[in-house]
Structure formats: structure tokens, C-alpha cells
Ligand binder design. Sequence first.
Ligand code: HEM
Length: 404
Amino acid sequence: MNVESLTPDADLDVSDPLLFEQDIWGPRFRLLRRERPVNYCHASPYGPYWSITRFEDVQEVELDHLVFSSDSSRGGIRIDNRLRDSFISRDPPRHTIERRTIAPVAAPTNLASYEIAIRERTRQVLSELPRGETFDWVDRVSAELTVTMLATLFDFPLAERRTLAFWSDALVCDYSAPNAPVTSDAAREKVLHEMAGAFSELWRERASQEPKPDLISMMAHNPAMQGMSENQYIGNLVLLLVGGYDTTRNSMSGGVLALSDNPDQHKKVAAQTSLIPSLVGEIIRYQTPIIHMCRTATRDVEFRGQKIRGNDRVVLWYVSANRDETVIADPDRFIVGRPKPHKHLSFGAGIHRCVGDRLATLQLRILWEEILAQKLVIDVAGTPERQYSNFIRGFDRLPVEIRR
Ligand code: HEM
């Protein structure tokens, strides 16, 4: 396909997971931003859909949740509408009530207590890494630290933490991905059943004990949860797991790749560690771990001169919004110390804005503080293997070597 210009009848489907697996999505989105920022694609494997590709347009759609619904009964938040029912794919009032029940995940006192556990584990994982030999950063560091954080959050048995990763992978994967852990709805349902059983058991255990500081106990003792069905509760735990796992894990890998590709930026932050928060913001923007979210129009509406009809699917492409050259200077460059390092849409906006943003930021900050404190220089030592997905922008493998 010619990605230099668009003919009037060109459809420009940007939903093919291969674009993201091969990391060749940039030119198509640049073209859409420039020539057709609100574009109707008539035919795709997921049916017709609108693409919203500019920063301010994505933000505006997100903020108008009355017209642009997240509800799964209308179409949900993924282009393929595959995600277990939970409040991310609900509109108010249910969304508002259930979101409140997991608010403790972002409470400052809880974050302060997680910080101690996260730092200790990060130090240990980093100090055990080999020097001068190639290993997979995704498996040894990103996945390990992220599942440990989630296990801490749920007070899930630490020895079984990798089961959390398997569950999340099985629930999120594209069935056509070469390494998909499940390849059918039936197989996915089986995993869900197993996971629901394990979480129900934990729930009953915590509900029968005195309140503890883990999230399951806090939810079990929260009066707002009392009217909630077991299904709703499981759905919300699944959401925390899949919301927290891939996103944070892939930011940890994306940061290592970006700094290995930009050694001048590594030197800059190593010389001035007060830039670490800015580094973290830039990693999250540049990586954009969630490629898109979807909405469904609740009624006919005119948006930027285009007529969106009720029930039309509207895809918000965060990857594109975060590279909008009219809002972010030199967006394809990785620059530590930008004037507004947190100006990005990776966490979304509006009523569904990520609940775990502070927790994710905390994890990444600690990781980079510890990497720089241990004076680790991490070189990418092979071709990164990217995930086959149009939803998660991430890595299956990232071969690296730490300099001796
Ligand atoms: C860098 C890491 C992360 C990124 C990029 C990210 C991204 C996002 C995005 C794009 C949304 C949807 C926003 C929207 O529709 O407007 C979201 C929602 C959500 N995220 Fe995150 N997330 C991250 C980490 C986490 C963590 C660590 C957790 C929890 C452990 C979490 C839990 C959630 C939940 C529960 C929602 C649903 C919020 C709602 O619908 O009200 N996320 N996240």
C-alpha cells in the first residue's frame, strides 16, 4: 500500500496486528493524522470502524462518555470486543460504583507500603542478573517484577506468581499470535474458570479473616462490594491483573530498548538522576503499551466534519495520538527532559483514565533508580521480538547483555 498519500476511496485499515508486530505502523498513522484524522474504514476483519488519530481528538472523544460509550453490550473497549465483563467496559452508574471499590490501589499510604516491597525485590532481581552474557530481559526482569508486584497487591502466593502471567496472557492474547497460550474461546473460558476458582477461594478466605492491607481483603471488607455478584468481583480482579501486567511489563522492556538505542539519553539521566521521573514519562509515552481503546457512538453525532452514526465503532489510537507532531515536538525521538514529560495519552483520559497510573509510575521509577544506582549499562543484544497484537504494544523477547 502507498503510504505517501491517500486517494479519496482508500480505506486504510490500520487494525492488522502485523503492523505492530513488525513495528511498521508509523507512516500509516502519520498519513491519517495529516490527511484524514477522523477516518472511516468500511471493511476490516473486525467490521467497519472510525479511526481517531490526533491527540486532541482522542482526548475529546474520551471526555464525552455520554456520546461515546465503553459498554460491552454496545461493543466494548477493544476492536475485537474480547475482554471479560468488568467496569472498564461499563458506563456510569455501574462504572462509577465499581471503580470506587478498587480505589485503594492508588491510595498514597498503600503506595508507600508497596514501595518498600517493590524496591527490595527490584534490587534483588537486578543484582542476580548475569554480566557479559545474553539473556531475555522480558522474562528475567519485566515479567518477574510485574508479577511480583501483582502478587504483592493481591497477597497471592509468591511461589505461584507466574500463574498470574499465564492467566493474563491467556485472557489478552490474539488467537492468531504464533505463541498464543490459547487459540479459541473455549480454551480461554477454561482458563477463566480456573482463575475464577482460585480468586473465589482467596476472596472467601480474606472475607472470613480480619481486614488486611492487600487489595482482595480491602475489597472483601468494603461495604460498597456487598451488593456485588461473585462474577462482578472476579471481573474486577481480572481487570486489575490484565490492566497491570502487560502495560507495566512492556514499559519496563520498552525503556531498556529506548535507552539502549539512545545512549546519549542514558548518559544524560545517569549524570542527573533528578531526571528519572521525566525518563519514566517519556518511556510511557514512547512505548504506549495500550495501542487503542474503542468506543461506540450512542447516537448520531458530527465530529470534525464527519457524520458518525449511532452504533458506529470508534477506535482511539493512542499510539498515534502520542506521536502527534502538532502537540509533541519531534515525537518520534526519545528525549529525556521534555518540558512536559507527562503530556501523553498512554493512560487514557476522562472517567476511565487508568486507576493504576501511580502504581505503574512508581514501579518504573524504582526500576530506573536501582538500575542507575547499580550503574548497569544494558545493551540490546539481538532483535527484539514484538507481540502480535493490535491492543498491546509489547515484547515477547528482548535479548540484552549487561556490560561487565
Ligand atoms: C504503564 C502502565 C499502564 C498503562 C499504559 C495503562 C493504560 C491504561 C489505559 C489506556 C486505560 C483505559 C483508559 C481509558 O479508557 O480512557 C487503563 C485503565 C485501567 N487501568 Fe491501566 N495502565 C497501566 C497500568 C495499570 C496498573 C499497574 C493497574 C493496576 C494494577 C491498572 C489498572 C487499570 C484499571 C483497573 C483500569 C480501568 C479504569 C476504568 O475503567 O475506570 N493499570 N489503563
